[in-house]
Ligand binder design. Sequence first.
Ligand SMILES: [Zn+2]
Length: 411
Amino acid sequence: MSADVAAHVDGDALWADLMAMAEVGATPAGGSRRLALTDEDAAGRELFLRWTAAAGLVPRTDRAGNLYLRRAGTDPSRAPVLVGSHLDTQPDGGRFDGVLGVLAGLEAVRALDRAGVESAAPIDIVVWSNEEGGRFPRFCTGSAAFAGVTPLDEVRALQAFDGPTYGAELDRLGWSTGEEPGATRPAAYLELHIEQGPELEARGVPVGIVRGIRGIRQLDVRIAGKEGHAGSRMTGRLDAGRAAARVIEALAWVAEEDGAASVTVGRLELDPNAPSVVPGRAHLVADVRPGDLDDPAPLVAAAVRAIEEAVGDLGLTVEIDERRLVYGPIAFDDAVLDPLRSAAARLGEEAVELVSPAGHDAGHVARVCPTGMLFVPCRDGLSHHPDEAIEPAHATAATRVLAEALAELAA
Ligand SMILES: [Zn+2]
């Protein structure tokens, strides 16, 4: 594969598309608000459909609300190569999270056209439904239905924070028709995304090749003590609040001793939560993430030991449910990573390999077909915020790598 395709990537056109899409649901702070399955989300897709129609792509949908735009291949027997991301945003979202991957997919396809490159395999640009989970209580639901991770009925039953069900909104927008999610099995999936972390920026590198997604476990921790008067003596208390404080500190030490792990207590509830009562019960959630693509089991075991010790020292009892959330780790496939690596090397782009700290649609799709991701740095690692920012040159560089890898995979 020559570098011709990359040479035809028009970074200015991509940037203009990004800025035009940001106007759909634009917020006063400079970001975008296109919550999943709202009229703004639909307006974003309508704009995208105008651009893809101009590029000669043929749209189709699946019953989970995912949208596909096809560039035909010369060999109808070949499975499509999938490239894309999402167009929905958080309530106070930025201009690049998800959008970059979709619009870069379109620019990559336009580059193939300009270069006069036909591919044997068809190429489908995909827009996954409700990646963000900003309006529904779960994220990546379109890709979850596609990959068979979550049954469509379960997705349809999800209730939006503002009332309607996912299914009712799909029906209202006319997005519940088309093929069964997952009916078209792709040959490979590529997703370009902003990093949402500080690593690439700190290293001054324009492109990251993502080897996989870090594993996440959440533990439900319920500490049982005994309520008492705030004026009672300190000796003999069974103070669940104090035990929770020890647990939080002990878990931080577990992570620090590991060196690469992150352990966070982001939710803590005390009962009865009254200023003059010794807490009788504490409920907290420990979010446990090992470094790299490491197996979470040893870290979870260390966290459980630390919790039991911290609570036991004060004479209280604790119940731990280790399966509140079980996600990954997901290792991406060299069948997709190698074309990304060789494209970056051929184009002289300095690319580092890294692991995603956040979940992505690609994490689900990886169950169905070989999958890989590219990252571009985002300023201060910031995302899900109107100030989310990337450099146009980085977007262009990553899209060039994406286009070359896409051409190779679909050749
Ligand atoms: Zn995203």
